[in-house]
Design a protein around this ligand. Structure first.
Ligand code: 5GP
Length: 239
């Protein structure tokens, strides 16, 4: 299988390159780089690509065990992950357990790190130009990005993912503050969890210390970030 992992570069983002293998399959290649503030800060981060790929594969496999349909097919054990090709939905679904980040900017009436009475789910339009603005479910339906059933499934799945990941992290002494998911639609119209699940896409604390990209956003070096990802993997038993 690994021998046939060749494809044409079809997309290059800040953290990953995507290659098309055939109609059904893509390769996500995690870069040894870290960026923040829409790419304004960028550093080489040797080892980060493999660590983030390992996290993504580990979490996707964990979610599969609980019946969460996702795009993972295989992993080369390094920076490349083989995934199913989907029609990606240009929405970021964010689940929040504690008040942090952009939530605090728009809702100053709630104190930082307040635990919500129940997880909050919100949608952002994927647009670098507009800085991923918050959008409503009505906006999504009106724009025809997905239908009502698909939107409900995205929310249900996001909440299930939150329960599974929060409980798993809690069992290892970690706190899942918030995270971002992306979904795609397969040929049958099913909503499928896609993209990555790593320290780049979630906030995870141990004894109030970040094990995620927030460290870099707050000024830590790329090397310190790689160390934190190594610690996350060690604590969670990620190979
Ligand atoms: P916030 O909206 O507070 O900045 O982010 C909420 C959560 O979603 C955080 O865990 C953050 O890492 C993740 N997140 C939000 N937007 C993005 C994005 O554009 N890219 C990535 N990788 N993660 C994001």
């Amino acid at each position: 299988m690994i021998g046939s992992w060749v494809g044409n570069l079809i997309y290059e983002g800040k953290a990953k390159r995507v290659y098309r293998v055939n109609d059904e399959l893509l390769i996500m290649e995690f870069k040894d780089e870290v960026t923040a503030f829409d790419g304004a800060r960028r550093e080489n981060a040797p080892g980060k690509g493999r660590l983030a790929a390992a996290q993504t594969v580990f979490f996707m496999r964990l979610l599969s065990k609980y019946g969460i349909r996702n795009h993972l097919v295989d992993w080369d054990g390094d920076r490349k992950v083989l995934v199913r090709s989907l029609k990606m939905i240009p929405i970021e679904v964010i689940v929040r357990n504690y008040a942090y980040g952009s939530f605090l900017k728009r809702m100053p009436l709630i104190k930082p790190m307040t635990k919500f009475s129940r997880p909050l789910v919100e949608f952002h339009l994927k647009s670098d130009e507009l800085h991923d603005p918050l959008i409503t479910s009505d906006d999504i339906i009106e724009a025809g990005l997905v239908n009502n059933d698909q939107l409900s499934e995205m929310v249900d799945t996001a909440l299930k993912v939150n329960t599974i990941l929060s409980n798993f992290m809690m069992s290892k002494g970690l706190t899942l503050v918030d995270f971002k998911l992306e979904f795609g639609i397969d040929k049958l119209g099913n909503v499928v969890l896609a993209d990555e699940l790593s320290g780049d896409t979630m906030r995870v604390l141990i004894n109030n210390k970040h094990l995620d990209k927030e460290l870099f956003r707050k000024g830590a070096s790329a090397l310190e970030l790689v160390k934190a990802y190594e610690e996350m993997n060690r604590l969670l038993g990620i190979p």
